[in-house]
Design a protein around this ligand. Structure first.
Ligand code: SF4
Ligand code: SF4
Length: 136
């Protein structure tokens, strides 16, 4: 595993403050019990587990968080929220991180890349939900 550099600047960065502000969550409440990751139905597809995401945010490791595929796999199913003994709403944290990633890197999917066949096949509700999640 790559060596991670920590600093007080990172721990108190604008990124950490912004995630806390947008999500409305006390990020330091998480004590890494792992119950969120153990129950997450999407964990098998994630490259970083949900509990690891919140740890990376606590440490201010912005690039590692924003470049993770995990934030896009999170289905906002709220299983982690129901399981968390500290009342952390991780779904809101994921949503906040996605918002910051969209602002920084632009849309995660391009509407113009969706084929007419897919457009005809996919349920309209899935499109609306997808655009809300993956575009600015
Ligand atoms: S809200 Fe996201 S992180 Fe939480 S359990 Fe559901 S898919 Fe996993
Ligand atoms: S369940 Fe809550 S306290 Fe436990 S690791 Fe997940 S977010 Fe942190």
């Amino acid at each position: 595993m790559a060596r991670i550099q920590l600093s007080t600047g990172r721990l108190n960065s604008d990124f950490v403050r912004r995630v806390a502000e947008l999500s409305g969550q006390d990020l330091l409440a998480c004590y890494q019990c792992g119950k969120c990751s153990a129950g997450c139905p999407a964990a098998g597809s994630m490259n970083v587990l949900p509990s690891q995401i919140i740890r990376l945010v606590q440490l201010g490791l912005e690039d590692e968080v924003l470049q993770s595929e995990t934030i896009w796999y999170c289905a906002s199913c709220l299983t982690c929220v129901a399981r968390c003994p500290k009342g952390v709403d991780l779904a809101r944290v994921m949503e906040a991180i996605r918002k910051i990633a969209l602002e920084r890197y632009g849309d995660h999917i391009l509407v113009t890349k969706i084929s007419p066949d897919e457009l005809a096949e996919w349920p309209q509700q899935a499109f609306i939900g997808g655009f809300r999640k993956y575009t600015r």
